[in-house]
Structures are given as structure tokens and as C-alpha cells.
Ligand binder design. Structure first.
Ligand code: GLN
Length: 250
């Protein structure tokens, strides 16, 4: 079995070791006998709808976002078709912002987005920095937590009716006020959480792999064998503890 991954702009959007998320997906796939085939898709490269089971984009400073935004904005159709077709997506921080309609950066410049997420972001005066803990329910009835690190000036507003990724237990989240973080559109999730995110949240890595395998297997999702995630659970507990010690939303 194989999972075909498109890693968007790896050389531009990779702060907080966001590239580590690919390494986690690669290992957790390999431990189940699944090959992860990663294709870097950067400025001017082709991105064919249906050619990938999982799209990944990391975070970056305003400067890097400005360098890739025009190239990403013209991919609205291809990425929109991929999401509508059930491909899995993980978009982190700066990449998450640019999957929305636009990101207005700290200089007031509007960076065009791919417009595939129902949201827009405007950079505020304060930076929202620190450990963050969410409560999520991507699988109905299976409430779980997501722990990571956020660092953004961007204040993200979800459209009315849009589904957030999770409820903020500790930290800022999308805007430091609404109590919500991230967004979910089918098998696509966007989040401000870095770290990288997946080493301390193996359940999300597996959820993404299952959705990607489902996409590549004509809708049939093979059951992934459980892994001995003691270290990952410990890393999660440490990050969650740090976030909780920060207390409420600001
Ligand atoms: N530059 C964006 C902001 O400040 C995103 C930062 C990031 O990816 N960590 O909000």
C-alpha cells in the first residue's frame, strides 16, 4: 500500500520543524507496511488534482508567506478538487492562514490565499505565543486532546457555520477570544499548532493516514495496527501540562 503526499513549499514554509510532521507520517506508515511517497510541490510546479492522497503545508513568517502566496492562490481549483475528492490535508499556521481567502500581514498587505478554507486572517498587534491544548472530536464520540505550540500575529475569523478543529482548553487559538482553534473541512484540517504537531499527537497522524489510505483505496480504509505510543503519550502529557499551567485563553 502507498500514500502519495504533496508537500507544498517545503523550502519556504517550515518553521518550528514543521517538516517533522512528514517524518512522523512516514514512520507511522512504514511501521504498518505502507510506503509514503512524498513529492515536493513548490513555485511553478504542477499539482494535479487526484494525484495525491495527502496534502501538507507548514508555517512561516510573513516574508515567506508573501513569496509563495501568489503561486498558491492560483491553485484554488486544484486544491479545492483534491479536498472535495476526499484527500487528507494538514495545513499548519502560515499555511493554514493561506488556505483561507487572504492573510493581511503586519504591514497591512493582503496576501491572496487559496480560498479553500472558510476563513480569513488579519495580523494583529500582539503575537499569540505559547503551548496550546485543544479538545477535538474528529471521530464522532471519540473526544480527544491535541497539544502543540502556537506563535502567530494572525487573528483568524471562521465564517458562520464553519467547523473549528477544536475547542481551546488552554492557549489563544484562532483569535484569542472565540474559544476555538483551527478548522475542519471534510478530511482537511487547518491549525495554528506547531511543535511539530504530530510527534505528540499520534492519533491525528493516524487519522490523516487512514483518510489518505481511504482516498487511495477507492474509499476503503484499512484498519491501522495499534503502535506502542508510550513516548508519544508522554510527550503529549508534558505539552498538555505546560499548556494547562498557562491556564485560560490569554
Ligand atoms: N506569519 C504568520 C503570523 O504571524 C504565521 C506564523 C507561523 O506560521 N507561525 O501569524
Amino acid at each position: 500500500m502507498k500514500v502519495r503526499v504533496a508537500h507544498l513549499y517545503p523550502e519556504y514554509l517550515n518553521i518550528y520543524a514543521d517538516r517533522g510532521n512528514i517524518a512522523v507520517l512516514e514512520s507511522r506508515a512504514r511501521w504498518r507496511g505502507v510506503e509514503l511517497e512524498v513529492q515536493a510541490v513548490s513555485l511553478g510546479d504542477e499539482l494535479r488534482p487526484g494525484a495525491h492522497d495527502l496534502l501538507y503545508i507548514g508555517g512561516g513568517q510573513d516574508r515567506e508567506q508573501a513569496l509563495i502566496a501568489p503561486d498558491l492562490a492560483v491553485r484554488r481549483e486544484a486544491i479545492g478538487e483534491a479536498i472535495a475528492g476526499g484527500a487528507a490535508v494538514l495545513a499548519v499556521c502560515g499555511g493554514y492562514q493561506l488556505f483561507g481567502r487572504f492573510y493581511r500581514d503586519r504591514d497591512g498587505a493582503d496576501l491572496p490565499g487559496a480560498g479553500v478554507f472558510p476563513l480569513e486572517t488579519v495580523a494583529g498587534e500582539r503575537r499569540m505565543i505559547g503551548d496550546c491544548l485543544l479538545e477535538c472530536e474528529l471521530v464522532p464520540g471519540a473526544r480527544t486532546t491535541l497539544a502543540g505550540f502556537e506563535n502567530h500575529a494572525g487573528v483568524t475569523r471562521l465564517d458562520a457555520g464553519a467547523e473549528p478543529l477544536g475547542r481551546v482548553v488552554a492557549g489563544y487559538g484562532n483569535d484569542g477570544a472565540s474559544g476555538f482553534e483551527g478548522v475542519r473541512v471534510g478530511n482537511a484540517v487547518g491549525t495554528y499548532l506547531h511543535g511539530p504537531l504530530l510527534p505528540r499527537n499520534p492519533w491525528l497522524a493516524d487519522w490523516l493516514l487512514e483518510r489518505a489510505l481511504e482516498h487511495g483505496n477507492g474509499g476503503a480504509a484499512p484498519e491501522l495496527a495499534a503502535l506502542p505510543d508510550d513516548l508519544e503519550r508522554e510527550a503529549h502529557a508534558v505539552a498538555a501540562g505546560r499548556a494547562r499551567s498557562r491556564g485560560g485563553r490569554s
